[in-house]
Design a protein around this ligand. Structure first.
Ligand SMILES: O=C(O)c1ccccc1N[C@@H]1O[C@H](COP(=O)(O)O)[C@@H](O)[C@H]1O
Length: 202
């Protein structure tokens, strides 16, 4: 299973995690998140990553000038839009992007897959009226059993106790986790990551 671990704030922590069997790391450029990284720290983190680990920059309703500024300085591979960004805004950066959907019973994934057809994938996270993401909460995975033309990245409240069940129900392209592998907000617990990787690959 492909695995993205999101929300690193420290160089050593990101480097240790990236040496494990993971495919992507996420950097949160959203200043209301406890996992926010500034541009300087983000540069330091991406510089220590080994090859073939995808560097994902997460944004929430950011101004395009801010995103351009980050892109000029931080070598990212993929953009993750985790707010209410319309499709044409996500597609304007000539870079691969994934779009988060905030899942509830009303979410029409097929319709959103048409709307965001330029995305590399759709990330399905829980809907929470107060927070855009990193909630540690899951949604009803039965809602994610759809047949669409885009890869599905499953997120929201995953941890080593739940990820195997989630994968069995949804059969996603990849999983994304933040809170579920932390010792405190923004600091990942390497043992929890190892357990997560093991359970995701059962
Ligand atoms: O991690 C954050 O702080 C964050 C803030 C704002 C939007 C998204 C954020 N993270 C993403 O949220 C999901 C689920 O996280 P969790 O595992 O439930 O904690 C994941 O896709 C993160 O990339």
């Amino acid at each position: 299973m492909r695995i993205k671990i999101c929300g690193f704030t420290s160089v050593d922590n990101a480097n240790q995690a990236a040496m494990l069997d993971i495919d992507a790391i996420g950097l949160v450029f959203y200043d209301k998140s406890p996992r926010y990284v500034n541009v300087g720290t983000a540069i330091d983190i991406v510089n220590v990553l080994p090859p073939f680990v995808n560097r994902v920059g997460l944004f929430v309703n950011s101004d395009s000038n801010f995103i351009d500024k980050v892109l000029c300085k931080v070598p990212l591979d993929t953009l993750q839009f985790h707010g209410d960004e319309p499709a044409h805004e996500c597609a304007q950066y000539t870079m691969p992007f994934i779009k988060a959907l905030h899942m509830n019973v009303q979410t029409n994934i097929k319709k959103m897959a048409d709307e965001y057809h330029q995305a590399s994938g759709l990330l399905l996270d829980v809907f929470n009226k107060d927070i855009y993401g990193g909630t540690g909460e899951n949604f009803d995975w039965r809602l994610a059993r759809v047949d669409i033309n885009l890869p599905i990245i499953l997120a929201g409240g995953l941890n080593s106790n739940t990820v195997d069940n989630a994968i069995n129900q949804v059969h996603p392209y990849a999983v994304d986790v933040s809170s579920g592998v932390e010792s405190e907000k923004g600091i990942k617990d390497i043992n929890k990551i190892k357990q997560f990787i093991q359970k995701a690959n059962l």
